[in-house]
Design a protein around this ligand. Structure first.
Ligand code: GRF
Length: 220
């Protein structure tokens, strides 16, 4: 992989604290990448304001303005591809993406989930772990494949569940772990050698991101 700065497109739906952690790391030169754009499916996402406040290109596309999920995702891919991202980073993007979109960014799209997958996949990974009574939970960065929360795992961090934890206190501990884990996982995935062995991403050998087919532009 050349030392040229790579481009990240970050997708959010909410406050965007993971997006900001990644942008901070980019600014410090910690990833060797830049945030080319921030996109949201919610025009009221607080993270959009924060992104623009730090000079990042940020836009929202409202799914309701499109006739179908496919039409929305085609429009989103067209906007993203205009920024020529080497990697698409889902950071609290609260929509399930369809097979065409997932295939278009195969190997080039990461997500973060607030549990140690495959435990507590789904919409409420934090609440489900707390309700189950586990003593350790955490967060997982994984490749996005067509089944939700199921792609190969790039990085995980464990977080203890303490007696007396509420959903809020546990969420705060998990978010803090995410803010350390996600920038480092992105750096590793775009900068270090890796190869894929079935579901496993094996770091230390292989062509890594450079071994993927060139990032294609969806629409011209
Ligand atoms: C994070 O907990 C992430 O694991 C989940 O959505 C949350 C996003 O938080 N997918 P933020 O918008 O990055 O603050």
């Amino acid at each position: 992989m050349s030392e040229a700065r790579l481009s990240l497109a970050i997708l959010i739906s909410g406050r965007g604290s993971n997006m900001l952690a990644i942008a901070d790391s980019c600014d410090r030169g910690g990833i060797g990448a830049r945030v080319a754009c921030v996109a949201s499916d919610r025009i009221d996402a607080a993270g959009l304001v924060a992104a623009r406040g730090r000079g990042l290109e940020a836009f929202a596309l409202a799914p309701a303005a499109f006739g179908s999920r496919e039409a929305f995702e085609d429009a989103l891919a067209e906007r993203l591809d205009a920024a020529r991202p080497d990697l698409v980073v889902l950071a609290g993007f609260m929509r399930i993406l369809g097979p065409g979109f997932v295939a278009h960014y195969r190997g080039r799209m990461l997500n973060i989930h607030p549990s140690l997958l495959p435990s507590f996949a789904g919409r409420d990974g934090i609440g489900d772990a707390l309700a189950h009574g586990v003593r350790v939970t955490g967060c997982t960065v994984h490749l996005v494949e067509s089944e939700v929360d199921s792609g190969p795992i790039v990085a995980q961090a464990a977080v203890p569940v303490l007696d007396g934890d509420t959903r809020e206190s546990l969420a705060a501990r998990i978010h803090a772990a995410e803010h350390a884990l996600y920038p480092e996982a992105v750096r590793r995935y775009v900068r270090e050698p890796w190869r894929r062995e079935g579901r496993r991403i094996v770091f230390g050998e292989g062509a890594g991101l450079a071994g993927l087919p060139a990032a294609e532009v969806a629409h011209g």
